[in-house]
Design a protein around this ligand. Structure first.
Ligand SMILES: Cc1cc2nc3c(=O)[nH]c(=O)nc-3n(C[C@H](O)[C@H](O)[C@H](O)COP(=O)(O)OP(=O)(O)OC[C@H]3O[C@@H](n4cnc5c(N)ncnc54)[C@H](O)[C@@H]3O)c2cc1C
Ligand SMILES: NC(=O)c1ccc[n+]([C@@H]2O[C@H](COP(=O)([O-])OP(=O)(O)OC[C@H]3O[C@@H](n4cnc5c(N)ncnc54)[C@H](O)[C@@H]3O)[C@@H](O)[C@H]2O)c1
Length: 471
C-alpha cells in the first residue's frame, strides 16, 4: 500500500500525538505510525502510572501519620495488587484521549506498525510505504540498562515492567537515584516495602543541592536507604533472593531490582542512515528549530536527546507545527521549561539553579528566598519543610527552585514569569489569596523588594518629609 501524506508522525506518545492532533485539526493530511501502545511512555509506563502509585502511597502515609492532627495513627493495610489496579484504572480512564479511535475521528490516518526509513522522504510501516512532505520523529526513549556483570542472569524491573507486579516487593533495590528512582523509592516505602537506592554519584544530582537535601532527608526519615557514590559492580541471585555487589565490596540484598539509570533514545530501529539523519550520544541530532540533518525531518521529545518531559514534547510539537504547516521559523527555548520530581515534598525547577545562575551572571545575581515555615497554610497543614528560591538578574527572574508541599503547582507562576520575561514587580503586585501555599512566591518577591524599601535611607527621608508636611 502506498500513501502520500503532508505530515508523517512516527510515534504516538506525548509529542507525536500533539503534532498529529494539531496538524489534522488545522487541515493537513496527517499519517501517524505507532508500533507499541497509543499514548507512549507517559500514559502507559511513565508519568501516569508513577503519579497514580505515588497517590496511593500518599494515602497510606496519611493513615500512618495522622496523630499530629489529633486522629489516631493507623498502620495501613496495603493491598498492593489493588493499588496497581488503581494505577491501571487511571491509565484506562486517560487512554481514550490518546486512542486510535479518537485520532481517526480527528481525521488522522493511524497505522499500527514499526516504522523505518527507506529514503530521505519515505518510510515503511507494516504493509505501507509512506511518502511524506514533512516527517516528525517522535519515537521517545527506553530504559537504559547498564552493563553490570550478572544483570542478564537475574530478573530485573524497569519502568516498563514494574506496573505488571501484583505482589508487593519485600525489599526493592533501585539502581539509580534520579527522578524515577526517588519517586518509586518513596512510593514503595510508603506502601510497605523495604527500599534501598544505590546511586553511582549523588541522588537527585541534577537539582539544587539544598533543595535535593530536603527531599532526601524526608525519604531517609521515612526509611528509604539511600546509598550514594555506590556503583553496582555485579548482580547475583534469583527472583526473590538477589544481591547487588558494590565496587567497594559491600553487598545489598533484596527481593526485587529496579533499574532506573536514565534513558536511551529510540533510534536504532529507524534506519536513519537511509534518510541522512545523524544522531548524537543522546538522540537524534537537531538544531534549535528541531530540524534534523535531513531538511524534511524534525525530531521532538525524548528522541531529540535533550530534557525528557511530557510537557517538553508537547511544546516541541507546537514548534514543529508552526514550521511544517505554515513554513514559519520557530525556535525551541529551554529556559522556561519547568521540571518537577513528584516525591513528597515535591522538588520543582524552572530556568537556572542558583549555582548555574551564579556561574552565568556572577555578582549581578540576587537570590530572593522564602521558607515554607513562614507560610500560614503550610503551618495549618503541618507541611513546613521547604523553600522557594528565585534567582534574579536586573529585576527579572532567571530561575526558580521550589521544594515543598505542592512545589509542582507553585512553579507554574515562575514558568509564566520566565516564558514572558516578566519582572519581579509582577509577582509583588499580585494579590495572592490568604491562606494559600502560593503566598510563598509572593513573599519571595517581597523578600527581593523589602531591602530596597526598608533598608533605604532615601525612602526613610521621603517618608519623614511627607509626614512632616501632611496635615
Ligand atoms: C517512570 C517515568 C515517569 C515519568 N514521569 C514524568 C512526569 O511526571 N512528568 C513528565 O513531564 N515526564 C515524565 N516522564 C517522561 C515522559 O514520559 C517522557 O518525556 C515523554 O513520554 C516523552 O514523550 P515522547 O513523545 O517523546 O515519547 P513517548 O511518549 O515515549 O512516545 C514514543 C512512542 O513512539 C513509539 N515508537 C518508537 N519507535 C517507533 C518506531 N520505529 N515506529 C513506530 N513507533 C515507534 C513508541 O512505541 C512510543 O509509543 C516520565 C518517564 C518515566 C519513564
Ligand atoms: N517527574 C518527572 O518529570 C519525571 C519522573 C521520572 C522520570 N522523568 C524523566 O525520565 C528521565 C529518566 O529518569 P531516570 O531517573 O531514569 O534517569 P536520570 O538520568 O535522571 O537519573 C539516573 C541516575 O542514575 C545514576 N546512575 C547512572 N548509572 C548508574 C549506575 N550504573 N549505578 C548507579 N547509579 C547510576 C545517575 O547518576 C543518575 O543520578 C529523567 O531525565 C526525566 O526527564 C521525569
Amino acid at each position: 500500500m502506498r500513501i502520500e501524506t503532508d505530515l508523517l508522525v512516527i510515534g504516538a506518545g506525548s509529542g507525536g500525538l500533539s503534532v498529529a492532533a494539531g496538524a489534522a485539526q488545522m487541515g493537513a493530511d496527517v499519517t501517524l505510525v505507532e508500533g507499541g501502545e497509543m499514548g507512549g511512555d507517559c500514559l502507559n509506563y511513565g508519568c501516569v502510572p508513577s503519579k497514580s502509585l505515588l497517590a496511593a502511597a500518599k494515602v497510606a502515609h496519611g493513615q500512618a501519620q495522622a496523630s499530629s492532627f489529633g486522629i489516631a495513627d493507623v498502620a495501613p493495610t496495603v493491598d498492593y495488587a489493588a493499588a496497581m489496579g488503581h494505577v491501571q484504572e487511571v491509565i484506562g480512564r486517560i487512554a481514550p484521549h490518546d486512542s486510535q479511535e479518537r485520532f481517526e475521528g480527528l481525521g488522522v490516518r493511524v497505522i499500527r506498525a514499526w516504522a523505518r526509513f527507506v529514503s530521505d522522504r519515505e518510510v515503511d510501516a507494516g504493509e505501507a510505504r509512506i511518502r511524506a512532505r514533512r516527517i516528525v520523529i517522535a519515537t521517545g526513549s527506553s530504559p537504559a540498562v547498564p552493563p553490570i556483570p550478572g544483570l542478564d542472569t537475574v530478573p530485573y524491573l524497569t519502568n516498563e515492567t514494574l506496573w505488571d507486579l501484583r505482589a508487593r516487593p519485600g525489599h526493592l533495590i533501585i539502581v539509580g537515584g534520579g527522578p524515577i528512582g526517588m519517586e518509586m523509592a518513596q512510593a514503595h516505602r510508603r506502601l510497605g516495602s523495604d527500599v534501598t537506592v544505590l546511586e553511582g554519584a549523588q541522588a537527585l544530582g541534577r537539582e539544587d543541592p539544598e533543595a535535593a537535601a530536603v527531599v532526601l532527608d524526608r525519604l531517609r526519615a521515612e526509611g528509604v536507604a539511600i546509598e550514594e557514590g555506590v556503583s553496582a559492580a555485579e548482580v547475583r541471585g534469583a527472583a526473590g533472593d538477589l544481591e547487588v555487589l558494590a565496587a567497594d565490596g559491600r553487598r545489598f540484598p533484596g527481593t526485587h531490582l529496579l533499574i532506573a539509570v536514565g534513558r536511551r533514545a529510540n533510534t536504532d530501529a529507524l534506519n536513519l542512515d537511509a534518510a541522512g539523519i545523524e544522531t548524537t550520544e543522546t538522540g537524534v541530532k537537531v538544531d534549535a528549530r528541531l530540524r534534523t540533518t535531513n531538511a524534511r525531518v524534525f525530531a521532538i521529545g525524548d528522541a531529540a536527546g535533550g530534557m525528557q518531559f511530557t510537557h517538553l514534547a508537547a511544546y516541541h510539537a507546537g514548534i514543529v507545527i508552526r514550521q511544517a504547516l505554515f513554513g514559519l521559523p520557530a525556535t525551541a527555548r529551554t529556559d522556561h521549561i519547568p521540571r518537577v520530581t513528584y516525591t513528597d515534598p515535591e522538588l520543582a525547577q524552572v530556568g537556572l539553579t542558583e549555582a548555574e545562575a551564579r556561574a552565568a551572571h556572577g555578582p549581578k545575581l540576587e537570590v530572593a528566598r522564602f521558607d515554607y515555615s513562614g507560610n500560614d497554610r503550610a503551618l495549618a497543614e503541618r507541611r513546613t519543610e521547604g523553600f522557594v528560591k528565585v534567582m534574579v538578574v536586573k529585576g527579572r527572574p532567571v530561575g526558580a527552585t521550589i521544594v515543598g508541599h505542592q512545589a509542582g503547582e507553585q512553579i507554574t507562576l515562575w514558568a509564566l514569569m520566565q516564558a514572558g520575561g516578566l519582572k519581579m514587580k509582577a509577582v509583588a503586585d499580585m494579590v495572592a489569596p490568604y491562606p494559600t501555599i502560593a503566598e510563598v512566591s509572593k513573599r519571595a518577591a517581597g523578600a527581593y523588594f523589602s531591602p530596597r524599601l526598608f533598608d533605604s535611607a532615601l525612602v526613610k527621608r521621603v517618608v519623614r518629609a511627607v509626614q512632616a508636611w501632611l496635615p
